[in-house]
Design a protein around this ligand. Structure first.
Ligand code: BGC
Length: 806
């Protein structure tokens, strides 16, 4: 034990108190032993440090910070070095604001394009997600700030995110949903990790022994702090037993009292309490000295945000080489997003930018001849004939139209999933009208996740900017004018229709259980294997340059090939390594990403590109031996410019680890054929290796049921609360801006009331509320009132114990 001396000096009251937050963002200090408090802040693409009142939903203002492009955007750069540079800048800003723990990056897998937080996550692929996350972590922690990758694990939907259960087989868990975290922990050496709200196979992630102890600590050797998501703790005692070290935000001392009670009753051992305290203490002592108190170079970080955006923009279409535009081209700039950009998503990641550039402003600095800039449409989707006419009149006079459009705010927010993949219809109608007066339209698309594009024939060029951060506008301009050569490649697939997605039948779960029936077949793993056509494949993106691939060499160590820039323009290519294997024993996706490299190659020059194999290249998780194995035989090695644009192929034989075959093919045909939207109950059962949980609701509201389920409550008051909240939620939706508070409360389980009220409500009081909700009004009220006084007394007494120790 590293901190044996301090642990011996701490009382059990102090230890128990330290294991939950003091305020929304801070840990509890113990002055008499000089144990400081550390400060946590979001987030993944910019610091959200709230100087005033804190909240975890991005509601109150935070200090100005650089708003970098979101993770979904940066993943398109396929450039780990860039990720590290951004991490470094984030770390510097965090340190300058006295933030010790930065709550990011977010690296959940994009199981479905509809998840409301996809903009905050990197990719549908675990390898790319893990590598990018590790790069951010290295950058952040290099500045003495602790990174806290999140949300561990299998957190794929926002609907009822705190009250849902991911039903998933061990292989899918390991290969798809954990591999990114494994890389973030092992390569990135993350100092902390945030658990997710949901359950995984019937146990909350935060108290899941399999995830937190067996895998994270024992297999991956994680030594850092495990922190709950805000309000995500269910049973603090169970969490502490599996070394979840810090319950956030500030549940008051009710949680600490629960720990002491469990200790007294022998449900928690002294060793477990000490171990958990020590993990936290190690973290606090390691990361408490980050405050440089110095400012940061705002201009330099703004420029970095611009460079990052430019490297991450994906050129999807460039018919007749419409881009780059010739200087002096007469341009009509159309679209609300040109004037008020969509550059980040909503929720806890929301940054208050140091400045914000718009296309309308920056385009004036170019050599283009700007004929005008008009809004064209209302972003809320409302029709506006006058706006439309002004746009058409302007388009008519121009050589080329730059049409800025995309997803509105409501579509990209924490707390709510999208219900479809379309962009607002009024934007499409305008686009069609513009096409009638001007055939030369370049679409500048802002959207943090995949969308359907049935309108793409109306555009000659499409630049997908994702959510480009505060300096995104200038990055777009540089690509439009040819000052920068686009080099972004999609980190997720673009299906033609939402119905084509593998999770279509299974996502999102509206009740407690979410069945991960599609197994490994997420994103391109499904489209490529099941031969489903997509609009734009994973890894796809155009450049103003062209490249030629030759000379594939495969050795035991890795692959190499030569890439030539056959154009007149310097440019960058992303060389992607995929590996696949035909097998009758182990079902697999046709190919999987196992390495990549972004190379900058001057016009006419060639470069040898080397990608080494690693421990993840050939492995699969065997559910019989319960470990990683390598199947013997011949593997297909693919070098591609996207998952569907394979340039070079070869073979490599592996001797394998000789493990027994994990599956009986006849029992799970749809997994072997990858037609996973037709998986039967029997096949899913075979995949899980056990019965499918019945998922039936017990007919009585419990403390783990979400507030949106009060619909079923026996109590009229509870149903009234449900109706009021639903009406408030719908009203805010109509306004086009999500009300995050309402959404959070709506999807929150009753137990979280005790965790989110700073000690005012105890879990005993919540039990009283549950009793009321289930129709026992007087019994419940008695418990609430009794609980209120007991809690107040208990808090006061506990505070006194802590302060007399000073
Ligand atoms: C989010 C986390 C975030 C935390 C603190 C939660 O609602 O899920 O990602 O870090 O709030 O703001």
């Amino acid at each position: 034990m590293k901190q044996k001396e301090i642990i011996n000096k701490l009382t059990n009251e102090e230890k128990a108190a330290m294991l939950s937050g003091k305020t929304v963002w801070q840990t509890r200090e113990i002055d008499r032993l000089d144990i400081p408090s550390i400060f946590c802040a979001d987030g993944p693409h910019g610091i959200r440090k709230q100087a005033g009142e804190g909240d975890h939903l991005g509601l109150n203002a935070s200090l100005p910070a650089t708003c970098f492009p979101t993770a979904a955007t940066i993943a398109n750069s396929w450039n780990d070095k860039l990720g590290e540079e951004i991490g470094k800048a984030l770390g510097e800003e965090a340190a300058s604001q006295g933030v010790n723990v930065l709550l990011g990056p977010g690296l959940n897998i994009k199981r479905s394009p509809l998840c409301g937080r996809n903009f905050e996550y990197f990719s549908e692929d675990p390898y790319l997600s893990g590598k990018m996350a590790a790069a951010y972590i290295k950058g952040i922690q290099g500045q003495g700030v602790c990174a806290c990758p999140k949300h561990f694990a299998v957190n794929s939907q926002e609907e009822r995110r705190m009250a849902m259960n991911a039903v998933i087989d061990e292989r899918t868990l390991r290969e798809i949903y954990l591999t990114g975290f494994e890389i973030a922990v092992e390569e990135g050496k993350a100092g902390a990790l945030m658990t997710s709200y949901n359950q995984v196979n019937g146990q909350y992630a935060n108290e899941n022994k399999h995830l937190l102890q067996d895998i994270l600590r024992d297999e991956w050797g994680f030594e850092g702090m495990v922190i709950t998501d805000w309000g995500g703790s269910n049973d603090h005692v169970e969490g502490v037993k599996v070394r979840s070290n810090l319950e956030m935000p500030a549940p008051g001392l009710d949680s600490a009292r629960q720990l002491l009670k469990a200790l007294e009753e022998g449900r928690l051992s002294q060793k477990e309490l000490d171990q958990c305290t020590e993990d936290l203490l190690n973290g606090i002592l390691k990361w408490s000295n980050t405050n440089t108190g110095q400012g940061f170079d705002q201009e330099a970080h703004h420029k970095l945000a611009q460079k990052a955006a430019a490297e991450s923009i994906v050129l999807l279409k460039n018919q007749e080489d419409i881009l780059p535009l010739r200087s002096k081209a007469r341009v009509a700039l159309i679209g609300d997003f040109a004037i008020e950009p969509r550059y980040q998503g909503a929720g806890s990641s929301m940054v208050n930018p140091t400045r914000l550039e718009t296309m309308e402003e920056v385009i004036k600095d170019s050599e283009l001849t700007i004929l005008g800039c008009v809004k064209g449409y209302e972003r809320s989707g409302k029709a506006d004939a006058a706006m439309r006419k002004a746009a058409i009149d302007l388009a008519e006079k121009a050589d080329v139209v730059l049409f800025c459009f995309g997803l509105d705010e409501l579509s990209e927010s924490e707390g709510i999933d999208r219900s479809h993949m379309r962009i607002p219809q009024n934007q499409i109608e305008l686009l069609e009208d513009l096409g009638k007066v001007n055939p030369n339209i370049v679409g500048v698309l802002s959207a943090g996740s995949a969308i359907e594009m049935p309108w793409q024939h109306c555009l000659k060029g499409i630049l997908h900017t994702y959510l480009g951060g505060q300096a995104g506008a200038r990055a777009v301009l540089d690509i439009v004018t040819g000052k920068e050569n686009p080099s972004g490649r999609l980190a997720e697939s673009y299906p033609i229709h939402y119905e084509d997605t593998p999770g279509f039948c299974y996502f999102p779960a509206h009740q407690r259980d979410s069945q991960y029936r599609e197994s490994l077949f997420v994103g391109y793993r499904y489209y490529d294997s099941a031969k489903v056509r997509v609009l734009y494949p994973f890894g796809y993106g155009l450049s103003y340059s062209s490249f030629e691939y030759t000379d594939l060499k495969i050795t035991e160590q890795g692959v190499s090939c030569v890439v030539k820039n056959t154009s007149q323009i310097d440019g960058a290519e992303v060389v992607q390594l995929y590996i696949g294997k035909d097998s009758e024993k182990v079902f697999r996706p046709e190919k999987e990403l196992k390495g990549y490299q972004k190379v900058f190659i001057k016009a006419g020059e060639s470069q040898e590109v080397q990608i080494l194999f690693d421990d993840k290249s050939f492995r699969y998780w065997n559910v019989k031996t319960n470990r990683w194995e390598i199947e013997a035989g011949e593997y297909h090695i693919y070098i591609g410019a996207s998952s569907m644009d394979i340039k070079l192929t070869g073979e490599l034989v592996q001797t394998g680890t000789g493990a027994e075959a994990p599956y009986i093919k006849e029992e799970m045909e749809h997994y072997f054929s990858a037609i996973v939207n037709e998986v039967s109950d029997e096949e899913y059962k075979a995949l899980l290796g056990k019965d499918i949980p019945n998922g039936k609701w017990e007919g009585k509201i419990g403390s783990n049921d979400a507030i949106c389920q009060l619909y079923y409550a026996k109590s009229g008051i509870a149903r009234f609360i449900y109706k009021r909240l639903t009406a408030m939620k719908n009203k805010s939706m109509e306004k086009g801006k999500p009300d995050l508070n309402i959404l959070f409360i709506y999807n929150m389980p009753l137990r979280a009331i005790a965790k989110m009220t700073g000690g005012a409500v105890s879990s005993d009081m919540v039990n009283g509320m549950v009793t009321v909700v289930n129709g026992h009004f007087f019994k419940g009220i008695k418990r609430i009132i009794g609980g209120f006084f007991t809690n107040r007394r208990g808090n006061k007494r506990y505070e006194d114990t802590l302060s007399t120790k000073k």
